[in-house]
Design a protein around this ligand. Structure first.
Ligand code: 5AD
Ligand code: SF4
Length: 463
């Protein structure tokens, strides 16, 4: 195996490239969704157009997630399937499929991927995917010799094309990457590196370009987005972006309770475009467990942050992340998690069984919890969270909410959009309302969505 040292993309490579088919499969978080879109942008000048069918693709990219063991294992089983597909096509006299592994598994275990799955042509980490054109060219020149990208943190964002091709009216926009918090269960500080923030000017330029192409909503992304270190922090960035014409909705994710400063909390009460939704992971409700997790907050300090946020924006919907079965978690600790959930009353949540990740401090802790115990705790936690989510959705019935219509619904003549609280809302509405923000009267709330009708004012306009 050789290591590729990458040069910047030469303009000659983008000239008159033939049509080629690119298939990208994305695992994990929203930042991977963003990165996948940017990979497509970087490959477009080489003639790569997207396809939904891996079997016919010239280039397959798996954009991988390393956060839990299950996510990582999925990559290896997918690679096995791709290898069969590739070999069958070659045996039928078809063209060669290039297979690339990107994302956090590539970063964390690139060498192992190469060893375990010989079909892989190249691996490229989250900071190096702007080098894909050069890497692919090298792979092809080397006729199947496999290459691994250097993972040196790079000027990725400067190298990416300024022009994005948004796929809808809502877009992700990475503003911060990496994490310095070192929660003891988490691989992110190792896969995504140290906290780093993009300059506000570059973010604004990207947001303006998106708005000029019809994007109405941006979700600012960062592993610790509220640790955004540009001048004035995330609050100043939100206020700056809120001035962009056409950009009516701003969201951000994911946040750490420690970085929820007063300026950001105030912005929730003052900036109209900042949507009333906050994803603020707490992970657990027991101070003993929080300490062992190195979360640097207590249950009480988390609750105080939530209280302040609600004082600033009373209708804000709160969501969170939870881990059950962290090493040393006893029944009483888990009860404290349930108690915290009852106190917060969440609109929506993600909950996970603790997954032991090699190289993280918690993997070496005593008191690893049995799988059956984790299963039972997860089921109890989910039952409570589901109940809260259903209650939150049902509580919208009778209210009129602004809905941003994003795509066709399940039934003909129906559109689906998002409420300010990030709920999916199904409405009978004309196609011309796609991309518009329209008042909708909610008729009912179910576990995962709302149903509503266009509010009378809109019906009069369209009559
Ligand atoms: N096991 C289980 N869940 C984890 N998360 C991060 N690392 C682990 C792990 N080792 C969860 C946390 C985090 C979310 C993105 O994933 O809840 O907030
Ligand atoms: Fe992982 Fe904790 Fe950093 Fe979040 S704050 S990315 S959970 S180390």
């Amino acid at each position: 195996m050789r290591r590729a040292v990458c040069n910047p993309i030469t303009p000659a490579m983008s000239e008159q490239a033939p049509a080629k088919r690119l298939y990208i499969k994305t695992y994990g978080c929203q930042m991977n969704v963003y990165d996948s879109e940017r990979m497509a942008d970087v490959l477009a000048p080489l003639g790569y157009g997207m396809t939904d069918d891996p079997a016919g693709a010239d280039l397959v990219v798996l954009n991988t997630c390393h956060i839990r063991e299950k996510a990582t294992e999925k990559v290896y089983s997918e690679l096995g399937k791709l290898r069969e597909m590739r070999d069958e096509r070659l045996a039928d006299g078809g063209s060669r499929m290039t297979i690339a592994v990107a994302g956090c598994v590539a970063q964390a275990e690139g060498e192992e991927i190469m060893r375990r799955q010989p079909a892989v042509d190249l691996v490229v980490g989250p900071q190096s995917y702007h080098q894909l054109p050069e890497l692919i060219a090298r792979t092809h020149r080397a006729r199947g010799e496999r290459l691994a990208a250097d993972f040196a943190a790079d000027e990725k964002f400067d190298a990416l094309p300024a022009d994005r091709r948004p796929t809808g009216v809502s877009a992700f926009l990475t503003v911060q990457e990496g994490c310095d918090k070192f929660c003891t269960f988490c691989v992110v500080p190792y896969t995504r590196g140290a906290e780093w923030s993009r300059p506000a000017e570059a973010i604004e330029a990207e947001a303006r370009a998106l708005a000029s192409k019809g994007v109405r909503e941006v979700t600012l992304l960062g592993q610790n987005v509220n640790a955004y270190a540009g001048e004035g922090g995330l609050a100043a960035l939100v206020r700056r972006l809120a001035r962009i014409e056409g950009l009516d909705r701003i969201r951000y994710t994911t946040s750490h309770p420690r970085d929820m400063d007063d300026a950001l909390i105030a912005a929730h009460g003052e900036v109209e475009a900042l949507m009333p939704y906050l994803h603020l992971p707490v992970q657990a409700g027991s101070d003993k467990v929080l300490k062992a997790m190195n979360r640097a907050h207590t249950a009480e300090s988390y609750l105080r942050v939530i209280e302040k946020v609600r004082a600033s924006r009373p209708d804000i919907a709160i969501s969170g992340d939870f881990i059950v079965g962290f090493p040393g978690e006893r029944d009483a600790d888990f009860e404290a998690t349930l108690q915290l959930v009852r106190e917060v009353d969440y609109a929506s949540c993600f909950s996970f069984k603790y997954s032991r990740r090699p190289g993280t401090p918690a993997a070496a802790l005593p008191g690893q919890v049995a799988e059956e115990v984790k299963d039972a705790r997860l089921a109890r936690l989910n039952a409570l969270l589901d109940e809260q989510r259903l209650a939150f959705n049902r509580a919208q019935a009778g209210k009129t909410l602004d809905v941003l219509f994003e795509k066709a619904g399940r039934h003909p003549g129906q559109l689906v959009g998002k409420s300010p609280y990030l709920q999916a809302v199904f409405v009978t509405a004309p196609d011309r309302m796609l991309g518009q923000i329209v008042p909708v009267t909610v008729e009912s709330g179910a576990q995962n969505s709302l149903a509503g009708v266009l509010a009378p004012v809109v019906e009069m306009e369209s009559a």
